[in-house]
Design a protein around this ligand. Sequence first.
Ligand SMILES: C[S@@+](CC[C@H](N)C(=O)[O-])C[C@H]1O[C@@H](n2cnc3c(N)ncnc32)[C@H](O)[C@@H]1O
Length: 388
Amino acid sequence: MPALPADPQPADPGLDPAELIDAVPPATALAKRRRGGGATPRPPAPAPGVPRADGAGARAAREPARSTAPKGIATGHTPVLAAELLDLLAPAPGQTVVDCTFGDGGHARLVAERLGAGGTLVAIDRDPHAQARFDALAAEVPCAVRFIRSGYAEALEALGAEGVRAAAVYFDLGMSSMQVDARDRGFSYSYDAPLDMRMDPTEERSAREAVAEWDERTLARVLRDYGEERHAGAIARAIVRRRSERPIETTLDLVETITGAIPAPARFAGGHPAKRSFQALRIAVNDELGQLDRALPLAWSLLGVGGSIAAISFHSLEDRRVKRFLAGRAQGCVCPPELPVCVCGREPEAELLTRRSVTPSPEELAANPRAASARLRVARKLREEETG
Ligand SMILES: C[S@@+](CC[C@H](N)C(=O)[O-])C[C@H]1O[C@@H](n2cnc3c(N)ncnc32)[C@H](O)[C@@H]1O
């Protein structure tokens, strides 16, 4: 059974990067889809994927963000909201920073250049392909580096147990362009491939096992809660029917089953008919929300006073969790309003550096349509959390 959220709420699939493989909407259309309406503070729009031209970031500010991919490995993840992330986290020489979702190292490279020789970058990724990309980056950046191949929840727990203290911890959630574009990994409904979708291929359950084993109710719930799929019940029924005849082995087997279950007039109403189901299965197979729920408090505990946490989300299920977590830390007095004076004595642990989420500028969206639906939230730790 997949780990379902305690308070399942529909996802807003936004623009799943997989949707953009074949169809790149015009920049103006994407700009109109921006929500959140800006930041506090909102940096002026710099070139996408680069920091402001100051100090160690100056070289990067003149060049497009580089991929860390060594020769022979597919390139291609453009870091999203990179200038905004850097501006808000403001990594400084000598600090320790934890990148929980290393991917292609786009954000990590920009951060590492700010940390200088006395700093340390800890990079985490559960995808084994990230290791080679990390090795390439490690040879080039000035700071000390360390890679942990694991789910970020487990890695953050291990770092906490080691007594690591960080000045910043950040997450760039979801999947990388390399994962979507690797035809054999089964993330995309656009290529025929074994139905897999595991970010960590050593995990036991792939999407193939999920659609083969989960009962109809579970399938429908996953599709509805993680994909906001209106036809979740019909698709789940069609999966169960189809697998009783022959197994669903490939992405296109699944696409065919999903498409056939959606009434013809509604099939292409909301983008590709399989978009929402693929997102839902990917979230469930990789326990993405369970990882995030466990990781946020662990990341917070790792921060020293004055340290910052940041998360870039790509759909509302993630963003809502981040927002709720940070708002809880930023809350002060919780006394009932009828009390004339505060008796709880509770002080905020966090200062929100983004009162509303930061969204990509029209320039960034024009250059990188996969940034659509990205939202960044950042908070700074004001004091140690209460224990016990
Ligand atoms: C959007 S990409 C990050 C891209 C990166 N910031 C860059 O600039 O290249 C997300 C990465 O996080 C990894 N990832 C997602 N969930 C994870 C988890 N729970 N634990 C560890 N890594 C995770 C994925 O394997 C993927 O490589």
